[in-house]
Structures are given as C-alpha cells and as structure tokens.
Design a protein around this ligand. Structure first.
Ligand SMILES: Nc1ncnc2c1ncn2[C@@H]1O[C@H](COP(=O)(O)OP(=O)(O)OP(=O)(O)O)[C@@H](O)[C@H]1O
Length: 913
C-alpha cells in the first residue's frame, strides 16, 4: 500500500499553508515533484514535501484539521439538526421573510420617514445576514464529517496542476455539495479581463471566468442542491436580484443572485448557454455531476468540454477552463481516456466506450479472486451474487453473525433475504479500482492531463436486503414492505420507495392511503407523498421537507427522479422495485417510447445511496440477489437508445460541421446519425450541404424539444404562432395542467366541468381553448381553474412559459409584434384556423400519426403497428379516419397520448411521400 503523508494547505485560495492528505504514490520522485512545483500556480513544496503557497500568497487562516471522523460521528446528533428545509427556528423565519424582502421594504415605507425606512430595512437585512451566518456555522460542523472534507486540499491541488479532474466518490460522500465550495475561491477562479480577437478580426476586451457551473441531470436536484449549498455558505437564495453566492438555472426558472460564484444548472441549460457562449466565458470551471447517467445532453457536454480543454483557448483569451467530472459510479477508464490529451492512448476506442473495462479493473479482480483473495475474508459462495457475475464477484462484508445484524433481522421480518453489509459491496471497491490503476497519478500533474481523486467512504452505512424468491407482483411486495416497515420500525425514519411511473405511484398511493386510514391510534400516522417529473415544482419541493406533523412517517413514492444527487430529508429506508421507465427509440415504430425495464447495478447503488444520508439506513431490494447479479453494470447511454435528431441538431447549432467525427464517448451508429441528418433536412433545419439553416437556428434557439421548435417555425409561416405558443406552453409545464380522473365516476364529472374547454377535434385544440380562456379570465383565475379541475400551479407556469416563448419568437422575428396585454376577449377558433394550427403540429409530428383500419383499430403510419388512444385524451373511444399524437407510451399496450383528429390525406403531404 502506498504510504500516506499528511500535509495541509489553504482553505482560501491564495491564502497560505494549510494541510491536506497526499498519496505518496502520486509523487513518484523528487525530480518529478520539482517539475510539478515549477508548473503549478505559485505553489511550492515546503521542506517536508508538502504543497505550500509562495510568498505572493497571503498568510493563511489557521490550518484546517483533518477531522477525526470517528470521534465526531460518535458525537453526531442526527435529529433536530438543520438541513436544507429545516432551519433553526430563527433562521427559518428569517429565510421565509427574506423571500419577501422587496415587499417588506415597500410596506415599511408606509407611515415612516425615508430615514426610518432605510434604518428598518438595514436592520432587517442585518438580521437576515446574522441568521444565515448562524445556519452556515452550524452546517459547517456537519460538513466537516463528510468523507470528502479530508480531500479538500487534494482536490484543490489536483486542479491547480491539471485542467481535468475525475472525482470518484461514494454516494453521500459530499461531492455535489462540497466540491464547488472547495473551488470557488481558488486563484484560477477569478474573473479576468483579457483581449480576444472578435469575429470581425478586431481586438476587444472581454471578461473570462469567476464562476463555477455544476450540472445536474434533473431540475429537482439542481434546485435542492442550490438551496443546500446556499445555506451552507450563509448565502441568500431568493427570487430577487439580491447579492448571493449561489444560484441555479433550470428550464423556465432561474435564480441568479448578484455576485454569484456557484451556479447549479441542468445539463440542458448548460447546452443552451453554450449555444450563446461557445467558450463558456462566464465560467472558470464546469463540474459535471452524475456523469454515469449518460443522458444525451451530458454526452454532448462532455464532447464540447473536451474540445474546450484541448482546443484553442483563443476565445477565452488563453485562460483554461477547468473541468471536474463526478460520480459515485463511473467508468473511470473510459472517462480518463476520453479527456486525456490528444495522442495519449490507453485502450480507448473513440466512440466505443460503454461497457468496456478500459483499465482492466475487472481483469484485476478476476486475478485477485483467482488467488483466493476476495478482500473480505468471506467465502465467495456465501455471497448473494456469487458465481453469477465475474465482474461483481468481490462482494464484501457478507455476514449474518454480528449481533446488531441479527437484531435487525428480528426487528424487521420483512424478508428472509440475505444482505450485504453496506452498499460498497455492490461494485468493485475503491481499493480494487485504485490498485488496478497503479502507475497512473492521483493528484499532481498527470501524464494524461487528467487527475483522478477518490473519496472513500460515506458518512453512514446502508444495509441492503433482498427478496428470497422472485415475485411476479413487485408492486404488492413494495406495499407489504412499506406497511411492515411502518409497523415495525420506530420513528424517526421516513421511507422512500422507487417505482416506475406516475400510474404505479398513484395506484400505490391510493392503496396506502386506504390502509393508513385504518391504522389504530397506537401506530404512527403515514403521510404518502408522490414524487415524479410531471408533478409541480412546488409539490416536488415539499417532498424534500421534513414532515411537520408529529408522530407521522413520510412515505415518498418516487420515480427515478429521486435516484441521484438528492437528499430527501428524514429518509432512512429505501425500497427499490428494480425497474424504471426509460426512453427508447424503437426503429420499428420510428419513434421513442417509454418502457419499464430492469435498472442497472449503478442505479441500484444510487437508489440505496438515498438511505443513510442523515443516519444509518437500510435498503430493501424487491428482487433476489440473483436478479441483482443479472442486472447490467450500467444502463446503455441514452444516445445509443434514442432518436439522435436532438443530439445532431445541438451539435449543428454549436457549429459542429462534421457530426460524424464529433468526439463522443459513445457514438450512435453511422446509419442512425445519417437518418437524423435526413430528418433534420426534411424539417428544413439543415440545407443540402448539412449547414444549419435559419429554420434550424430558430428551432435550436428554443428551450424546447426540436419538434416543438419546428411547430413554432411552421406556425410562423402560417401566421398562427400565438395559437401554437398557447398550446406548447400548456404542453411543456412541469406537471399536467389537467388534473387526472382517479375513477370512472371522476371522469364523468371532469367532462362535465371541462365542457367549455374540450374540443371535439382533440387535445391540441383543447389545450388552446384552455390557455385562451384562462388568459382572458379577468376575475379570479384560481377559481376558474378549480371549477374546471385544472391545476392552478401548472397554469401559472404555462402562462410564464407563454410569455417567454412570445418574447423569443418576437426576437427571432417569428412574431411581427408583441400581442396586447391580457386579458383579451376570445372567440372560439374557426374550422379553417383550427386546421392551420393542427397542420403546423403535423409538420413536426407526421411520423406520429395513425389511420383507422377496417377492423376499427388505429395503425401507425410508420411501421403499421396497432396503437390505442389513451384514456386521458379527449379523443378516447372515438373512431375517426386518422389521428396525430404527440406522446407515445407503452404499458399494457401501445397508447397514443395528446391526440388530435386529422384527415388521412394530410399525412401524405406531411410525410413527404
Ligand atoms: N438538502 C439536504 N438536506 C439535508 N442534508 C443534506 C442535503 N443535501 C446534502 N445533505 C447532506 O450532505 C451529504 C452529502 O450530500 P452530497 O449531495 O454532497 O453527496 P454526494 O457525494 O454528491 O452524493 P450523491 O452521489 O448521492 O449525489 C448528504 O449525505 C447529507 O448528509
């Protein structure tokens, strides 16, 4: 084992010497060190070999001691401590009030003198600042217990010496919340004014850097992490342009305080920013979190970042962009080779990364196991996964002998399942990964240009339990597990159950609520809270808060939106059904559908990681160890299973001429790329030479899927852009605007309530009616919504999106002038105009059409597959000659959602056949 040398350096960049833990294996020889010191930003090694600031850096604050985690853990009090949503009472009050800072200021003005006003608002501000600081101080104690805390200096050191850092740390080790805080004060993170040569060939001064962007796969993670980090930094995060260090930007919602240093963004938003600012001049660093999720967007971001790191830096005035790639579970070999300096070759094959054991980690494990060294001392045959997969044959810590474990078993007679000691046993251990990589450097100047840091350990253990027998009805088992946990486990201890989608969640919620109503007084109450993507942002945020009611257990029923990055407060028990819905391109249908499929091992590890964030936890996998062993190690990257049109359009918009040679970790096959180019050509987004057209530019400028961008461009040509915006605003909210019926009786009453909105020609015109009438309402819009069982929150969001889309269309000259302010009188749409609107949608959705067959079933135009109209559509049960649908789901059968009536002969023209 490499010897460890403990060294420390500054907490604040440029502020002298503190200490850190440096792995001596990183420092091959003193001559190597000398080379490093020469290159690094004003850092020299002190006599004992530690990194040290030179004279031009300021004296440091006292050294940060590496925390004695064990000791602190013993003293750790998990209950009643502050978190993102439960502040100490004073702080909570002040944060709440501070959200209305502006209102407070204006109301204070009444009846007071200007001086009195200023005085009062000054003291309010001072109170807020004090409360924020107090919370931050309290949270700092918790932060110091995180495993990543002791790696602070290593991480800083690695980035002072390299432009790219791969940070591999277990779930809950503190990557997402701490890494940006370790870096924002680094010397390379200062805003600088530099000279660049602009497109006209003239020199100009521009600012570069000063901010760190951190990408998250989902908006809910971006928002909750921004809130948490703002609290940890004692910074205000409000809607107004007040000063603050932390902000976030997600689609149709952003909070960007003045002087912001750390910005949490969704991957899509960073890509949008790259369209406007290809050199990412605002940023000194981009941190890509949860890279293992491998969405199309994150793959594109990785490709663009690689170009920025290794390409010309002229656009940034020569200032490098630092890149940090993070995940608990990542294909290190592939990423290291992907980001390595051009010409530095491992076993990497461009575009063929997924599933490759590029560093031979698995070979290493195999040989280790062959020598009888399982690393745990337990016999491989007692492992839940033994013999089933070579890759994961090193599971550790399997034991049922220790005392606390047997108590657990008695206390929780949920399954007779075997269990592994903690979730690190699910995958090759950090040691295994590290050992297999000896010879490459952690930290200092890496030959490949890519530094690698490992954060070992997590704050609290998570025990994993399995089913003993496979079950055909996992939903039933999830229900039983929740009920048994609720009855047998003492409070506190909330439950988070992973299910595949909204329908399943609603079914289980109804069942659980029925059981909950029958519980005796002796048993705590249950509060069932759904969490899925189309739920309103506010409803999603409520899930993250601590339950206010006493003697109540929160039971969160979530899709995989809660799988990574997030901390759901209070959760000690995770139930994993082993499946999730994934988007998959189905060439036979010529479209993407959502399919429920087994998750990957990586997802299972992430799900388990949601327990044990505030205290030790347990994860119940509703499948057997053998099922687990059969799971794929990682999910297939989205780019390899989806329609690549969006990806190709984004590349084109970002100036990539030759998309076939764009650096991708995994390239879709050439045929799929070529098909996407043909589709973009038929949309008019690229011309015969493959160059992005004005239409293409317009489409890619919208923060919308390409198809909706295409609709807007088509609508502009037919002069119905306002109507198209009204429809698209309703379709792109976070949550469904129409509250769904839970029973047939409900459905009837809904139809009665929405009579004035429903259009016989289908859902598109129903959405149009809804937005037009809502915007025209001049008395009480909330009452208007309630009467029609329309979501108040979703409509508010739709109205905000409508405003933004109108502005973009105006700016892009798709809309000649901005329409007058609401409310405006509205007339029912004429037949002719309705046809024009539907035809605008058809321009982008021609492949999502179906014609009525002689047997009364609908057959898709592409692929001739049977498809049924989903019960949520106003067209449900209707037989018309042809339909167009905007969504497709595959559950018990193939369903068309958001359906409109069309004439069959329109399809021919729209498909160009
Ligand atoms: N919103 C929050 N409320 C309460 N505690 C939080 C919150 N966010 C983070 N924490 C605490 O900070 C710890 C570290 O969280 P962080 O998200 O930084 O870890 P991570 O290593 O990025 O984990 P993952 O890979 O699972 O996203 C959590 O385990 C939890 O104890």
């Amino acid at each position: 084992m490499p010897e460890k040398v403990h060294t420390k350096f500054g907490d604040q960049a440029g502020q002298s010497v503190a200490q850190s833990t440096v792995n001596t294996s990183s420092y091959k020889s003193s001559s190597q060190y000398a080379k490093v010191a020469g290159k690094s930003n004003d850092l020299k090694r002190s006599r004992d070999g530690n990194p040290k600031a030179t004279a031009n850096t300021k004296p440091d604050q006292p050294p940060t001691n590496t925390p004695n985690t064990k000791k602190q853990r013993t003293n750790f009090e998990p209950h009643g401590r502050p978190n993102a949503t439960s502040l100490p009472a004073t702080t909570a009050r002040t944060q709440k009030n501070s959200g209305h800072l502006g209102q407070q200021r204006s109301s204070l003005g009444k009846g007071t003198t200007q001086a009195g006003h200023t005085q009062k608002s000054k003291s309010t501000n001072a109170n807020i600042q004090r409360a924020l600081k107090k919370t931050a101080q309290e949270l700092e104690e918790l932060r110091k217990n995180l495993p990543i805390w002791s790696k602070k200096a290593d991480i800083r050191w690695a980035l002072r010496n390299n432009d790219v850092l791969l940070l591999n740390g277990e779930t809950g080790s503190g990557k997402s919340t701490q890494t940006p805080q370790f870096l924002y004060n680094e010397p390379w993170c200062k805003k600088q004014t530099v000279k660049i040569t602009n497109e006209e060939g003239r020199e100009e001064d521009v600012s570069v850097g000063g901010m760190i962007a951190i990408t998250e796969p989902r908006r809910v993670a971006a928002i909750t992490l921004a809130r948490r980090v703002a609290m940890e930094m004692g910074s205000y995060l409000g809607k107004e342009k007040t000063p603050g260090s932390v902000g976030y930007s997600v689609r149709f919602d952003s909070v960007t305080p003045l002087g912001m240093k750390i910005k949490f963004v969704t991957e899509g938003m960073l890509l949008q920013e790259m369209l406007r600012d290809p050199h990412l001049r605002q940023y000194s660093a981009v941190i890509v979190d949860e890279i293992h999720e491998r969405s199309v967007d994150v793959d594109l971001i990785a490709g663009f970042l690689r170009q920025l790191v290794h390409g010309s830096k002229k656009g940034r005035g020569g200032i490098p962009l630092k890149v940090v790639i993070m995940s608990a579970t990542m294909d290190l070999g592939g990423l290291e080779t992907f980001f390595a300096k051009p010409g530095f070759h491992f076993k990497y094959k461009p575009g063929k990364n997924h599933g490759q054991d590029l560093f031979g980690v698995l070979d290493h494990l195999k040989s280790k196991n062959a020598q009888g060294d399982s690393g745990s001392g337990s016999s491989p045959s007692s492992s839940p996964g033994s013999g089933s997969t070579e890759a994961y044959s090193s599971w550790e810590g399997i034991s049922s002998s220790d005392e606390s474990d047997s108590k657990d078993k008695e206390k929780t007679p949920i399954t007779n399942g075997s269990r592994v000691k903690d979730i690190t046993g699910d995958s090759p251990s950090m040691e295994d990964i590290k050992e297999s990589r000896i010879g490459l450097f952690d930290g200092d100047v890496a030959e490949s240009g890519v530094a690698v840091e490992y954060v070992e350990g997590r704050q609290h253990d998570v025990k994993v339990w399995y089913e003993t027998k496979p079950s055909a009805d996992y939903l039933h088992n999830v229900l039983q597990t929740i009920l048994r946990l609720h009855i047998s486990e003492p409070l506190p201890g909330d439950i988070l159950a992973f299910l595949t989608g909204q329908e399943e969640i609603e079914t289980l919620q109804a069942q659980l609520e029925q059981y909950a109503s029958q519980l005796t007084k002796a048993v705590p109450r249950m509060k069932i809270m759904p969490l899925y993507g189309s739920l309103s942002a506010q409803a999603q945020q409520e899930v993250f808060e601590k339950v206010k009611e006493t003697r109540t257990r929160k039971v969160v029923l979530a899709t995989n939106i809660a799988e990574t990055s997030v901390t759901v407060s209070g959760v000690r028990f995770v139930i994993d059904c082993g499946k999730s819905k994934v988007k998959q391109y189905r060439p036979r249908l010529g479209m993407e559908s959502l399919l429920a499929k087994p998750i990957s091992k990586t997802s299972a590890i992430q799900r388990a990681g949601r327990a044990g964030r505030e205290a030790p936890g347990k994860c119940y996998r509703i499948y057997t160890p053998e099922d687990f062993a059969r799971l794929e190690a990682d999910q297939l990257p989205e780019i390899l299973r989806s329609d690549v049109v969006e990806a190709v359009l984004k590349m084109k918009a970002r100036g990539v001429d030759d998309v076939l040679s764009f650096p991708l970790m995994d390239s879709p096959d050439v045929v799929a790329m070529e098909k996407a180019l043909v589709q973009l050509h038929s949309m008019g987004a690229i011309d015969d030479h493959g160059t992005l057209t004005e239409t293409g530019k317009n489409i890619s400028a919208f923060p919308l899927p390409a198809a909706f961008g295409r609709v807007l461009v088509a609508a502009a040509e037919s002069d119905c852009v306002l109507e198209a915006i009204d429809v698209i605003s309703c379709l792109t909210t976070d949550s469904e605007i129409f509250i769904q019926a839970k029973s047939e009786a409900d459905q009837e009453s809904i139809e009665e309530h929405r009579k004035d909105l429903q259009h016989r020609q289908g859902d598109i015109l129903t959405y149009l009616n809804t937005m037009q009438r809502y915007a025209a309402e001049n008395s009480n819009r909330n009452d208007w919504c309630k009467k029609r069982l329309v979501s108040v929150r979703a409509m508010k969001m739709a109205l905000a999106i409508r405003k933004q889309l109108r502005q973009i269309c105006h700016k892009q000259k798709l809309l000649a002038e901005m329409p007058p302010q609401d409310p405006q009188p509205v007339d029912p749409i004429s037949e002719e105009r309705a046809e024009v609107v539907i035809k605008s949608f058809l321009k982008a959705f021609a492949i999502k059409t179906a014609v009525l067959g002689p047997d009364g079933a609908y057959y898709t135009s592409v692929g001739r597959n049977i498809i049924a109209i989903h019960p949520s559509s106003v067209m449900f049960g209707k037989k018309v000659e042809a339909i167009m649908f905007l969504d497709h789901v595959f559950t018990a059968k193939s369903y068309a959602k958001k359906v409109s009536f069309i004439q069959a002969n329109w399809i021919v023209g729209a498909l160009g056949i």
